[in-house]
Structures are given as structure tokens and as C-alpha cells.
Design a binder for this molecule. Structure first.
Ligand code: SAH
Length: 210
């Protein structure tokens, strides 16, 4: 069995049962999103370092977050924290358009080149403070945040449709709870998916830069 198939099997055992999510993981070459010296680790089920002191998330976490968003082919999705672009590429397989925001221009540009290379034409990129969302294209059907915040920034409530799904790590700077928040008319309904460890979401409505 090849390495991708092994990873798919592991994800299945870990509770990833959405076939469309597993197919997306199978179709997107994770090695393309890694630095040269780490490409041989692409199908291990773990997070790995990328440029600018950031990380590419563990495949299990990418799959779990994607599954929790319950994407429909017509959905427009906002992603905060493009990073390597791997999660973005997975989302792009499952929805109409992904709008992705990254704070580091250097990371965002490399990710953009990868999207071109893979001919993923339904991804819009921006650089800036994603704690404020991306108001121009709101409202979104789903929002995914791949960096940790002490609490849910208000902009995400404002920029999500009623009944829309938000997946976000919420908690301290070291350890957080991966939270699924469904937007009601006046408030969120929240549930916890698992414990997790993400880098900080830094910005006006997140952590302050130190
Ligand atoms: N999904 C990415 C994870 C990258 S790590 C992947 O799998 O590769 C989280 C990313 O969030 C980092 O690239 C970091 O620079 C970015 N980030 C942190 N604060 C941000 C903010 N306020 N706006 C946009 N991106 C932010």
C-alpha cells in the first residue's frame, strides 16, 4: 500500500468518515506544500514547520476541520491563515470559492504559486489582518481559522450567514479547544471537537504582537 493510502486508512480509523474529504486528501499532493528537506515526511500524520516560524497542520486536523464545515459545492468559504496553502487546496476541492487571508506576504505568495501550479482557479488570496475577516466578499457560508485566538473575533459573526459554520481553535497560547460554532440569529451554538495546539492568530481581534 502506498503512503497516501496508509494515511487515508489512519484518518478513517480516527473518525474521518466523509468520503469527499478523504478523496480531497488523496487528490492534493501534500509534498508540494512543504519545504524541500521535509517532502519525504509529507504523508506522516503530523504537523511540520514551514517558513516564517509557522506550521502546516497535521493531516488529521485538516481533515477534521474540513469535515466539520460540512461544505456544499455551492458554498463560499473564508479561510484565515493561508500558511502553506495546503488546507486551502483541500477546501477548494469541496466548495465553490475559497477566500483566504494570510498575514505574512512571503507565505501567501508562495501559496499562490502553488495554487497556480495545481490549476486551482477557485481561490482568492489576500494579505492582511484576518482577525477582521474579509468584509468585501461577506457573507460566507463557512469560516475556518487555522490559528488560535483567546475568543471568537466579532467580525466572524458579522461575516457568516445565519446557520453558517465556523471552525476555530479557541484558548490559551499553548493549548486550545478546536471549536465548531454554528451561527444563530443572535449568538453562536458551540461544541468542542478536540484539544489542539495551533500558532497564534495575531491581530486587532486576536493576540497582540510581542
Ligand atoms: N492552514 C495552514 C496553517 C498555517 S499556520 C497550513 O496548513 O499550512 C497559521 C497561519 O496563520 C500562519 O501562516 C500565520 O502567519 C497566519 N496568521 C496568524 N495571524 C493571522 C492574521 N491575523 N491574519 C491572517 N493570517 C494570520
Amino acid at each position: 500500500m502506498d503512503q497516501i493510502q496508509q494515511l487515508i486508512e489512519i484518518l478513517g480509523r480516527q473518525g474521518i468518515h466523509d468520503e469527499r474529504v478523504l478523496l480531497a486528501i488523496q487528490n492534493v499532493p501534500r509534498e508540494l506544500f512543504l519545504p524541500e528537506n521535509l517532502k519525504s515526511h509529507a504523508y506522516e500524520n503530523r504537523a511540520l514547520p514551514i517558513d516564517c516560524d509557522q506550521t502546516i497542520s497535521q493531516p488529521y486536523i485538516v481533515a477534521l476541520m474540513t469535515q466539520a464545515l460540512q461544505l456544499q459545492p455551492t458554498d463560499r468559504v473564508l479561510e484565515i491563515g493561508t500558511g502553506s496553502g495546503y488546507q486551502t487546496a483541500i477546501l477548494s476541492q469541496l466548495c465553490h470559492t475559497v477566500y483566504t487571508v494570510e498575514r505574512w506576504e512571503a507565505l501567501g505568495q508562495i501559496a499562490q504559486e502553488r495554487f497556480l501550479q495545481l490549476q486551482l482557479s477557485n481561490i482568492e488570496t489576500a494579505f492582511g489582518d484576518g482577525t477582521l475577516g474579509w468584509p468585501e466578499h461577506a457573507p460566507y457560508d463557512a469560516i475556518i481559522v487555522t490559528a488560535a485566538t483567546p475568543s471568537i473575533p466579532a467580525a466572524y459573526f458579522q461575516q457568516l450567514t445565519s446557520g453558517g459554520r465556523l471552525v476555530i481553535p479557541v484558548g490559551g497560547s499553548d493549548i486550545q479547544e478546536l471549536t465548531l460554532a454554528i451561527r444563530g440569529e443572535v449568538d453562536w451554538t458551540c461544541s468542542t471537537l478536540c484539544g489542539c495546539r495551533f500558532v497564534k492568530l495575531i491581530g486587532e481581534q486576536g493576540w497582540q504582537e510581542t
